[in-house]
Write a protein that binds this ligand. Structure first.
Ligand code: PMP
Length: 433
């Protein structure tokens, strides 16, 4: 990091830490996983973020995957300006909420009805409550390394900040709260079958990130998602796909569209808010009808379906539907991933790049990464050095060896070429060090 950048960030972070715990409002932003100081961003446009010091970076974090159209897309900003003039929140119903809900229902065939929330965490928490209510059972299965937000009983062997910061389970979560959570290895369908059979009378839900993306990107092995579907059908368990990352990212129909496997309930976030705080959960009508006010499962939110946030979501989804950028995005991710592996090989550095659709992550290991354990055993020291070499070169990846990177429609060929050169240089410096 240049001297100027470092000095400014140092000053700003010092001040932030006085007033905000750890200086951040979400732990992974702290750069604790890669060392050094977080980049204080002043503004962003298209594929780039600009620090308070004026330095620009090509951004592959993209607000943790939310900005599939890049930063400050002119049509999103225009729509937001129009909406905001009419007021920011009304505390009663608007046409806009129905419009976003309709777009989601039309895109994901397993969803008949959808309820909007303010975050992915809320969506997941509510989906699980609903699953428990409609099966009248309590236990849930989650997979190691999956992150489903900071819901108490899901902070067990979680990914994202918990993987990054090595927190086994959060302090402040009573043991009683996690007694109904069963954690299994991702991609191990045999264990899932055995466990479901054993606990069938108590199991309300299986929640899965169809592609794990919070311990690096880990694809489902062939048959894994299909196997979960079968298990859920056999034992009357609600299959929940947490598509907070994969929804409208892997395809317009999310991971379900990509793999052709249907969930009973789907959780969404990130892209459906176009960079503003929105989450959602939806599924078949007979399940959704358990929700208050029609049913007895309580769920609410003062700002849920907020007109401003919903406008960003509607504009984003409409543009995705119109332009279908998914093949193009995938090609860009492939190009980057292949180049990374090729260059690393040339420099005799062991890395594996996992990519799917427009998501990718780099593991400093010689092994194929298909589970959390292997992801955890990577050489994080090399990752950190590589990360900072890249940052110096003007490329901003997600600041952790356990987070995914993303492409947007704003990334140009020129950006990619620049990034490839920066990658090559970063790996070369790593080899020499
Ligand atoms: N589920 C998944 C798969 C996520 O990646 C995240 C956040 N990264 C969440 C849930 C929680 O979403 P939020 O941060 O909006 O609460």
């Amino acid at each position: 990091m240049s001297h100027k950048l470092s000095t400014i960030n140092h000053k700003l972070f010092g001040e932030a830490k006085r007033y905000i715990p750890g200086g951040v409002n979400s732990p992974v932003r702290s750069f604790q996983a890669v060392g050094g100081l977080p980049v204080f961003v002043k503004e962003a446009k298209g594929s780039k973020i600009y620090g308070e010091c004026g330095k620009g970076f090509i951004d592959y974090c993209l607000s943790w995957g939310a900005l599939i159209l890049g930063h400050a897309h002119p049509k999103v900003i225009e729509a937001l300006s129009r909406t905001i003039k009419n007021g920011t929140s009304f505390g009663t119903v608007t046409k806009l909420e129905t419009e976003l809900a309709k777009l989601i229902v039309e895109a994901i065939p397993s969803i008949d009805q959808v309820r909007l929330t303010n975050s992915g965490t809320e969506a997941v928490m509510s989906a699980i409550r609903l699953a428990r209510a409609c099966t009248k059972k309590d236990k849930i299965i989650k997979f190691a390394g999956a992150y489903h937000g900071h819901v108490d009983y899901l902070l067990v062997k979680a990914g994202s900040g918990q993987a990054t910061l090595g927190i086994p389970a959060s302090s402040g979560v009573p043991k009683d709260f996690i007694k109904h959570t069963i954690v299994l290895p991702y991609n191990d369908i045999k264990r899932a079958k055995e466990t479901a059979k054993k606990f069938q009378k108590d199991l309300a839900a299986i929640i899965v990130e169809p592609v794990q993306a919070n311990c690096g990107v880990i694809r489902p092995l062939p048959g894994f998602l299909e196997g979960l579907r079968k298990i859920a059908d056999k034992y009357n368990i609600v299959l929940i796909f947490d598509e907070v990352i994969t929804g409208f990212r892997l395809s317009y129909g999310g991971a379900q569209g990509y793999f052709g496997v249907k969930a009973d309930l789907t959780c969404l976030g990130k892209i459906i808010g176009g960079g503003l705080p929105v989450g959602a959960f939806g599924g078949r009508k007979e399940i959704m009808q358990y929700l208050s006010p029609e049913g007895e499962v309580y769920q609410a939110g003062t700002l849920s379906g907020n007109p401003v946030a919903v406008t960003a979501g509607i504009t984003t989804l409409k543009l995705l539907k119109e332009n279908n950028p998914y093949n193009d995005l995938q090609k860009k991710a492939e190009e980057l991933s292949q180049y990374l592996e090729l260059k690393a090989k040339e420099y005799q550095i062991k890395i594996k790049v996992n990519h799917i659709g427009s998501m990718f992550s780099i593991f400093f290991t010689g092994k194929d990464v298909t589970d959390y354990q292997t992801a955890q055993n990577q050489d994080l020291k090399s990752f950190k050095r590589f990360y900072h070499n890249l940052l110096k070169g003007g490329v901003y990846f997600s600041p952790s060896g356990f987070e995914a990177n993303f492409l947007s429609t704003a990334h140009t060929e020129k950006d990619l070429k620049y990034t490839l050169r920066a990658i090559s240089k970063a790996l070369e410096i790593l080899r020499r060090s």
